[in-house]
Design a protein around this ligand. Structure first.
Ligand SMILES: Cc1ncc(COP(=O)(O)O)c(C=O)c1O
Length: 402
């Protein structure tokens, strides 16, 4: 018997297929690297978060193997029962020294870090959360789990945030959190951290910055948005991922004041009721941080050069992008079906770029999210630009302003 649920779901999936919006897994048949194998053929990967090309770095891989030898595959426990191993303490020390903050605590993902933070630090109706409209989905869901009053300000509209903070309802609230992505994952723009800090301080709010796309990417030594703006180590809490620049495995963390991390360790449900990070991820991520500390100048210079080269190339092609300084360079093409068809056409040219549509981005703003790595060569990027030019010719609708 087919249930009503199954019929409803099947109809929705059929609709996605009929309108060209059905997502297919893009299977990678070799290690995650700027050059990899898909569909049995070599491709340049222009859509991973492997910003420093460390996911398959020999030191990172060797460290992961060493951890399996020392600690086995996993913890078989949450942190507070018997899932805290020496490798977790070593990783958290490494993170707090790298960030330059008093405390850090890890989670199985940055999704879980965000979902741990918001309902734990602002649990009641007396609390208030202020959030940028384009914050990552994990932040949106985390806010939904809190009973706090919600204030969603238009993307990057800090004047609106200010007036929300000044509203009588906000003034009367107890714990106030302002939460923002450091680098916005679909736009590639950077939050105005100095202004956000100023507003947070003025209104007795805790600023929380999700540094997932900024860690290992922004700042002279890759310490993220705060370093980029020269406001490192001053009262901000950051959440970030180990699943992007820092080795690309999985795992997230919260770094900041001791009292905040201590409280999360005691109360955040995503750490109390979910297993700790696998040891291989702990050692692998530590090795990635070491590579960043030792070779950061070279890696970050390559990333910066590549970002500037690729962004200039996209602008020269006259494609619709959002100017910026980060390795996330969206090419906005309009409809979801266009983005998905362009993705397929680019793959045929040996370039993998992921097409995103609604609900990941607003309707009518579907895009190819190009992501540049320090591991790309200029020749790789020129090949990608040539492929983009060729494919864009076949999709004139992609050139219209959206
Ligand atoms: C801004 C931001 N926050 C959080 C996450 C979730 O990170 P993780 O994969 O570690 O759960 C992502 C991942 O896409 C992200 O882009």
């Amino acid at each position: 018997m087919t249930t009503t649920l199954e019929k409803t779901l099947a109809a929705e999936l059929a609709e996605l297929r009929a309108t060209g919006q059905y997502k297919q897994a893009n299977v990678v048949q070799a290690p995650q690297a700027p050059h990899t194998i898909m569909d049995g053929r070599p491709v340049i990967n222009l859509s991973s978060n492997n910003y420093l090309a460390l996911a398959n770095h020999p030191r990172v891989v060797a460290a992961g193997k060493r951890a399996i030898d020392e600690f086995g595959l996993g913890t078989a426990s949450v942190r507070f029962i018997c899932g805290t191993m020496a490798c977790h303490e070593a990783l958290e020390k490494k993170i707090r020294e790298f960030i330059g903050c008093p405390a850090a605590t890890t989670f199985i993902s940055c999704w879980d870090a965000n979902v741990g933070v918001m309902p734990t630090l602002a649990p009641t109706q007396q609390d208030a959360i202020f959030s940028d409209a384009l914050n990552h989905a994990s932040i949106i869901d985390a806010i939904r789990l809190s009973k706090a009053e919600r204030f969603i300000y238009k993307h990057a509209d800090l004047a609106e945030l200010q007036s929300m903070l000044e509203s009588p309802k906000a003034r009367a609230s107890r714990n106030k959190l302002i939460i923002t992505d450091g680098v916005f994952s679909m736009e590639g723009d950077v939050a105005d951290l100095p202004k956000l800090k100023e507003l947070a301080e003025k209104h007795d709010a805790q600023l929380i910055v999700d540094e997932s796309h900024a860690t290992g990417v922004l700042g002279a030594t890759g310490r993220g948005t705060a370093e980029h703006f020269g406001v490192l180590g001053e009262g901000t809490v950051q959440t970030s991922t180990l699943g992007k620049a820092l080795g690309g495995a999985c795992g997230g963390y919260v770094a900041g004041a001791q009292v905040i991390c201590d409280y999360l360790v005691q109360k955040a449900r995503t750490t109390l009721f979910s297993n700790a990070l696998p040891p291989a991820v702990c050692y692998g991520s530590m090795a990635a941080i070491d590579v960043l500390i030792e070779d950061g100048a070279k890696l970050l210079a390559a990333l910066k050069r590549n970002v500037a080269h690729f962004r200039a190339g996209v602008a020269d092609l006259g494609l619709h992008t959002i100017p910026g300084i980060t390795p996330i360079c969206p090419v906005i093409v309009g409809e979801t079906a266009t983005a998905i068809s362009m993705q397929k056409a680019l793959l045929a040219e040996g370039v993998f770029v992921s097409g995103f549509g609604f609900p990941v981005v607003p309707k009518g703003e579907a895009r190819l999210r190009c992501q540049i790595s320090a591991g790309h060569t200029i020749e790789d990027l020129d090949k990608c630009l040539k492929a983009l030019a060729k494919v864009a010719e076949k999709f004139p609708e992609a050139r219209k302003r959206h």
